[in-house]
Every structure is written in C-alpha cells, then in structure tokens.
Design a binder for this molecule. Structure first.
Ligand SMILES: [Zn+2]
Length: 495
C-alpha cells in the first residue's frame, strides 16, 4: 500500500437523507482521506452530481462521465472514493454491476470513507449488507414520504403553543385537556351549531359570564372564529399553514390536516357542522333583490307545507298583480293550487298581527333544544363549583396567615359578587324556559315592532322581511276555509 495511487471522488447529495452532508463537506472529507492514504486526487477527477436524487444511473450525468473516463487507458485512477456507498448507487443491482465492472475490467476499487470494509470473505458480505440496507432504506423512503411528513407534522404541530382547552405538560408530547377551558370550547361549538349564534354573539356571551381567553383577555369575534376553524378540537393536527420565513399564511389548499395523538374535545361531526355553517353565512348577506315581497319565504302551502313563491305579472301593460303560489304546485308535485294575491293577503296578515298583539293567551313556540340548555346550565354549575373551591382557598390563606383579614374580606366580596351574577344567570335562564307569561311579553313586543316596520314606508322590503322573521316562523293561508294561521316563535339569545 506504499505505492502512490490516483483517486477519483464521486459526490452526490441525496434529497432523502436526514443526515445529509453538503457537496462541499463531502468533498473536503474525501480530499482529507486521499491525503491521509497517499492518494492523489486531482480536480479533474472530482465528480459532483448537482441537484438530482438519481434512482437510475442514467439520470446521473457525472456518474456516467466518471465511468466512461475509467475505461480510458492507461487507467486515470485506481480508486473511487465516496462518502457513503449509498452515494455511489441507489440499489444493489446497479452497485454490483458497476463495482464488478470497475474492479474486474479496470482494477478500480470503490471505497466508502465512512463505512470501513473489512478485508477477506466477510468484507464483501458486509459490503453487500450495507448496500441492501441502503436499498431498503431508499424504497421505504420513497413509499413513505407522506408518513415522514405526518411525523414531522406531529412534532411541528405540538411544538406550537396549544389553543384554549389544551396545555402541554411534557415538552414535545401531545397536549392534554384543561377541563374548565374545554367546557368553554364545547359551549362555543354548541352555541354556533345548535343555537345559530354568531361568533360576535358568542364572544359577547362569554365575556358577560366573565370567561377569559388563553391569553387571559376578552373574547373577540375573530378569536371565536379561529376556535371554530381549529381542527385540533376534534383530534386533528393542522400544519403547513404558514411560510417558514415570513410566517404569513399559505393558501388553504396547501394546509395539511392529519389525525393527531391528542384527545379530542368535540366530535368530528360537530366540527364538520361548524365548518359548514362557517362556509355558508349567507343569511344576512342575501341580496335585496331576492326579497320580492316582505312575506317572501314566510308563506307555506296549506296542502303540502312547501314554501310559496311570489310572482308578479303585468296586466294590460299597467297593473302589476302579485301573488303567492305553492312552489310544489308550480313544479307539478303539489296537486292543489293555493294561490293568493298579495293584495288580498296583506290586510289579512296585518289583522292577524293586530289580533296577536291583543291576545292574552298567544300561542308561540320556544326555539330551544333540550341538549343545549343542559350544556349551558351545566357550565353555570361548574362555575359555581369553581367559586366554592376558590372560597376554600382564600379561607385557608387567611387561616395560615398568608392573607390579612382585610385581604380575605375583599376576596370574599369579589367571589360573592361573582356567585350572585351566576345565580342570577341561572334564574333567568330557567325562567326563560318555564315562565311563558314573561316570555309572551317579549314576543308581543317583537310582534308590535314587526307590525310597525311592515306598515311603514320607511323601510326596505328586506328590513320588513327581517323584522317579521324575528318573531314569525311561518304563515299558512287556507283558501278553502279562508283562514290565516301565523306561527310565532321565541328565540332566546340576548337581544
Ligand atoms: Zn303545495
């Protein structure tokens, strides 16, 4: 081994490898190795593959150039140095072909400087094993890049500060649920999906109850929206949301949502419902032109229950005649015409509203689902429990001499006020459900307001329609009996 040999260096960067060395770093190591082993490595024998991951030798122009140069006589180099065998070839077949070709025909050895090869029969066996492992690694990687991405997502996702409802107890591990905060999250989703409250209304509601955000601040409409959009709550992990450098948001199509390892606070179904409702939000944004009449969308067919549409036709080029007709009848799926002209209908509706205002026993529906009121009441009771705990704590602090009597009294006063506020909320909430007489006053007030709006010419069709919809669920006119039924309802959210 004392004679001076010529060496070539082959350098390739694998895009897959985690422990990658830059071409420059590989070159430096190979040059050092050559020097230490009495090898002459001239610049013209350094082959650097640029930017190709190269599964096939055909895709590696520098590799091919090196092979063709090796065939020259006299042999320009006796050894090819690589940092790792996996840089020389990406599969065993290729490696065996080129290595045996080089060794047998041109007496050129391939040496990996970081994977020492033993001499003797075991040497080639180990060499083969290393190659086999590299090949295995390559196939596994190309097939499971997405799994790698998920793993990274999980790590990345959990490195970030967890949202309201979660906390990180062990660094880099999935976050765990904070029960009190999780209740707020549930409340937000329930109110949004089941009670049709807006993000703004929910924020106001939570602030009124004295809830705090994860930053210990007040809730805002946008914050509520972020919570409703966050898939963390149904057990998913969202990543690739922002550009690494600028931290600005990427296009939504680039976001990736994968199954997480943390516990969900809400069901996937509820989350999906919330996404649907977030995507629609058309109710108020409907264009004015769609309100052809202030009764649009409120009239229903007495025979099939479908809603009735408003049509206008012009008679003798001057008179406009408007009428409501069953949508099903227009389509031929409802057998009986329930057509009524707006001229006839309007005074009948006015009369019905006036009667309702004077009626001491008005029939109306209370829009509320039992599950929803249970959630809300449950939250109130949880809050009372929390206050009781705090009371114990301040008492203990006083007893142990941590707090003075004045401090204890002041703290106690704060807690009493908080308790009173919650008890009031509970009372109000319960009375809303049970006390119809009190509710009726509110309903009548709303009917009177709607009546004033629709009989005035100060308002647009849309405003009239909205005023009526705030208290009227539907109106059914029966032509056969010449009767009009107005169905009123009461909805609870704070006005
Ligand atoms: Zn019909």
């Amino acid at each position: 081994m004392n004679e001076i040999k010529n060496a070539a260096a082959y350098i390739r960067v694998s895009t897959h490898m985690q422990d990658e060395l830059s071409p420059d770093a590989q070159k430096r190591l190979l040059a050092d190795y050559a020097k230490a082993n009495n090898l002459i490595l001239s610049n013209e024998h350094i082959f650097i593959e640029k930017g190709i991951s190269g599964k096939k030798a055909d895709n590696r122009p520098e590799f091919m150039r090196m092979i063709s140069m090796a065939k020259h006589k006299p042999t320009p180099f006796n050894v090819i140095l690589v940092w790792k065998f996996s840089r020389f070839a990406r599969n065993q077949e290729e490696s065996i072909v080129y290595k045996s070709l080089l060794r047998k025909q041109y007496n050129i050895d391939v040496v990996s400087i970081s994977e020492p090869i033993l001499d003797g029969p075991f040497g080639s066996l180990i060499e083969r094993i290393i190659e086999w492992m590299d090949e295995y690694y390559s196939i596994r990687l190309s097939g499971e890049v997405s799994r790698g991405m998920t793993e990274r997502a999980l790590r990345g996702g959990y490195l970030a500060r967890p949202p309201l409802g979660y906390k990180i107890t062990v660094p880099k591990q999935p976050p765990v649920i904070v029960p009190e905060e999780a209740e707020i999250v549930k409340l937000i989703f329930n109110q949004f999906v089941y009670e049709h409250k807006s993000a703004f209304e929910i924020a106001r509601y939570l602030n009124a109850l004295g809830y705090k955000t994860s930053h210990n601040g007040k809730f805002e409409r946008r914050g509520i929206q972020y919570i409703l959009e966050n898939p963390t709550y149904c057990g998913m992990v969202r990543w690739n949301q922002r550009h690494n450098e600028t931290k600005t948001l990427k296009d939504r199509s680039e976001w990736i949502v994968t199954e997480g390892k943390h516990e969900a606070i809400i069901s996937k179904e509820l989350f999906e419902e919330a996404q649907k409702r977030l995507a629609e939000k058309p109710h108020k944004a409907r264009p004015v032109c769609e309100y052809k009449h202030w009764l649009s969308g409120l009239m229903h067919c007495p025979y099939c229950g479908r809603s009735m549409v408003y049509h206008q036709r012009i008679v003798k080029d001057k008179y406009v005649i408007g009428s409501f007709q069953c949508y099903g009848y227009c389509k031929g799926i409802c057998s009986k015409s329930s057509s009524i002209s707006s001229k006839k209908l309007e005074p009948v509706v006015f009369e019905a509203l006036q009667n309702a205002i004077q009626n001491s026993n008005l029939d109306f529906e209370i829009e509320k689902t039992p599950s929803q009121s249970e959630t809300t009441i449950a939250v109130y009771y949880k809050m009372l429990e929390k206050i009781a705990e705090k009371e114990k704590r301040i008492k203990a602090a006083y007893r142990e001499g941590i707090d003075t009597l004045e401090e204890y009294k002041a703290n106690k006063q704060i807690l009493l006020k908080e308790k009173e506020k919650i008890l009031n909320e509970i009372k109000q909430y319960k009375s809303e459900v049970s006390n119809r007489t009190e509710l009726q006053d509110t309903v009548v007030k709303r009917i009177r307001n709607a009546y004033d709006v629709i009989t005035s010419d100060q308002f647009t069709l849309q405003q009239k329609n909205e005023a009526l919809r705030s208290v009227v669920k539907k109106i059914v006119y029966n032509r056969d009996t010449d009767t009009l039924n107005v169905y009123y309802y009461y909805r609870s959210p704070a006005e």
